[in-house]
Ligand binder design. Structure first.
Ligand SMILES: Cc1cc2nc3c(=O)[nH]c(=O)nc-3n(C[C@H](O)[C@H](O)[C@H](O)COP(=O)(O)O)c2cc1C
Length: 254
């Protein structure tokens, strides 16, 4: 069965090495425009994208996002933002008041951002461009907000590098379908599938020299696959001041 869209989807691999060649403005517009075609809660369209091409600004964003150097090489950096500010203005013009204080208000805008961003990612890949999401942008969210002059009710969820790939990226295996597709009810009995995937990933060699540190397990490098890597990763905890920053931006998360 020939299906070019499925082919494109299955070729996805994050790109972290880019040529410095520019991406035409019309292409950036077409990419974000494809994002706009995604489904959006009640047609609210509660997201905004800041396209950053200025090299100094990209350098600043790279240093805020864990010093990920390739952000300065990729010619375009899209900052995907939750945005309830536009609707605040709509309500002002229509003489009503937007309710924004609940967690669901933030979830709605965050979901809208993700759907649009992934549409845009595929559009970029359809042009032969490479992309990589940058979640590390939330590490220094306050500084990102300041740098991009994001108003109240706008929050940067993640970035996305876009540019011409320097080389073809390797397509990372995913979990067996059975581990994520449950029929009729949730099936917790996944150990065999997890171990199968663990071995698939270990066999790729991708973790060689890339083991996450974990106290007391410095010498346990054998049998290091997706399970150990992931268990160490999620044992590190997350960004602890995010709620405070969201509240400062007007998302009260009640
Ligand atoms: C929300 C989100 C944030 C991410 N943040 C980063 C990041 O800061 N740096 C990075 O190199 N990759 C980042 N990634 C890319 C993931 O590491 C990558 O998608 C994952 O390892 C699967 O690899 P693949 O995209 O090549 O299939 C992010 C992905 C997502 C979805």
């Amino acid at each position: 069965m020939e299906n070019p869209i499925l082919d494109l989807i299955h070729q996805h691999a994050s790109v972290r090495r880019y040529k410095p060649d520019l991406v035409p403005v019309a292409m950036i517009e077409a990419i974000v425009n494809a994002g706009q075609r995604a489904s959006t809660s009640s047609n609210l369209q509660i997201y905004s994208v800041i396209a950053v091409t200025d090299v100094e600004k990209r350098k600043s964003l790279a240093s805020l996002a864990d010093n990920q150097e390739f952000i300065t090489v990729a010619p375009v950096f899209l900052v995907w933002c939750a945005d309830l500010a536009r609707l605040d203005r709509v309500c002002q013009l229509q003489e009503t008041e937007q309710v924004v204080e609940y967690l669901d208000n933030f979830l709605l805008t965050a979901m809208d951002v993700c759907l649009a961003a992934q549409n845009a990612a595929l559009a970029a890949e359809s042009f032969g461009l490479g992309m990589c999401y940058i979640g590390a942008l939330r590490k220094e969210a306050r500084s990102v907000i300041k740098l991009l002059r994001l108003p109240r009710l706008v929050f940067p969820l993640f970035g996305m590098t876009i540019g011409w790939p320097e080389m073809k990226s390797w397509v990372k295996p995913r979990l067996p379908l059975k581990a994520v597709l449950h029929w009729e009810e949730y099936d917790s009995n996944q150990d065999a599938l997890l171990k199968e995937y663990d071995q698939t990933m270990a066999a790729t060699g991708m973790y060689k020299g890339r083991q996450s540190p974990y106290p007391g397990r410095e010498n346990e490098m054998e049998n290091y696959g997706w399970m150990e890597h992931t268990a160490r990763r999620v044992a590190q905890g997350g960004r602890k001041d995010l709620r405070e920053v969201l509240v400062e931006q007007g998302f009260l998360l009640k």
